[in-house]
Design a protein around this ligand. Sequence first.
Ligand code: S3P
Length: 450
Amino acid sequence: MSGHGDPIPMTALKSAPLKGVAEVPGDKSISHRSLILGAMAVGQTHITGLLEGGDVLDTAKAMRAFGAEVTHLGQGEWTVNGVGVGGFAEPEDVIDCGNSGTGVRLIMGTMATSPITATFTGDASLRGRPMGRVTDPIALFGAESYGRKGGRLPMTIVGAADPIPVRYTVPMPSAQVKSAVLLAGLNAPGQTVVIEKEATRDHTERMLTGFGAEIVTEDTDEGRVITLTGQPELKPQTIAVPRDPSSAAFPVCAALIVEGSDVLVPGIGLNPTRAGLFTTLQEMGAELTFENMREEGGEPVADLRARFSDNMQGIEVPPERAPSMIDEYPILSVVASFANGKTVMRGVKELRVKESDRIDAMARGLESCGVTIEEDEDTLIVHGMGANGVPGGATCASHLDHRIAMSFLCAGMAAQNPISVDDSSPISTSFPVFEPLMERLGASFTRVNK
Ligand code: S3P
């Protein structure tokens, strides 16, 4: 969805104190999975709180193209009438997943064990991202793939007519790859086993259990071993999608760095495989508290309260924490710029193959705002300048990457001089209400067509 229109440059000015309640949208990971698993169930799944961002809307369209009936009832409220495991129809046209790596990789996995052919594409960002990490394991099931050099989209997948179950060790920490293999395993007879050395977000496993699949997770010396029994009949579910911790990260971090702020971000999903940023911020000395801890729909949830924190200290972020905060390094590097001392982020090379090369995008942008950065292939180090210490006054490239655009706009709210992004349009992929939500809290943006 992003990258198809004209770029929308946007500028964040130094903000008044951010105050109030920030109701961020539904979780992107859970939203994709709700639509895909709903399409694999027999009967009607009812979803509330679905993220209506570009990425998820592209997945909804894709599920229709594979034969599911997907209906929008009202804000965030959707139904999916599934076709059952193995019931996918062959799409009549190319599937365009827009900006979404999660969408394309999960859907490729899901269709890989049905006797159908589908061709996938996406925007310029997605067409540059590696798909070999999914086509390698689905080949073991018997699927074939034909893409551009380097395993890039557009790519055609010919699903396996007689799939065989696999045992696969995921070579990099990736919930998308793990999930693609599990979703492929749904339509393979017998047991599919996925092993991950480092635990990544486990929404697919939790949701498959909810939909009635037999799936067992064991922590062993080899890593986390997940065993799925193939060809279940999935039962439709009623799903209330929790609010996205990765979106909550923006108002939370903006409040920590904008003088005088006090913001409440209610109902945030705090699945331990997603909550690493908040632990890190607390270790840095952020005034961040969890209130009203509870459980909703099988996921831990809390209200986050963030207050301006004028004495945060740089820390060494433990590399083993990376999978639980992988999407949050861009905004963490902004907070680190307003802390005192060095923040060292190691074990983060996966950031180089996200919607953009996020190490490079943050390093170049922060440098142009006056921050000293060190980097190598797997590391980002930010030399903090203290609260109110970042000069700003630059235009940063967002590289078709929503999280890069939002990170620099948050930096601009606290820097001495305005910070612009060359294109804010990708924000709509994950956080379509970012601009009005932040403005209600007190942020001040300007953009060309406003
Ligand atoms: C996601 C997994 C992560 C994350 C992405 C969403 C998911 O990607 O960066 O935003 O929903 O499974 P990787 O699997 O590439 O780590």
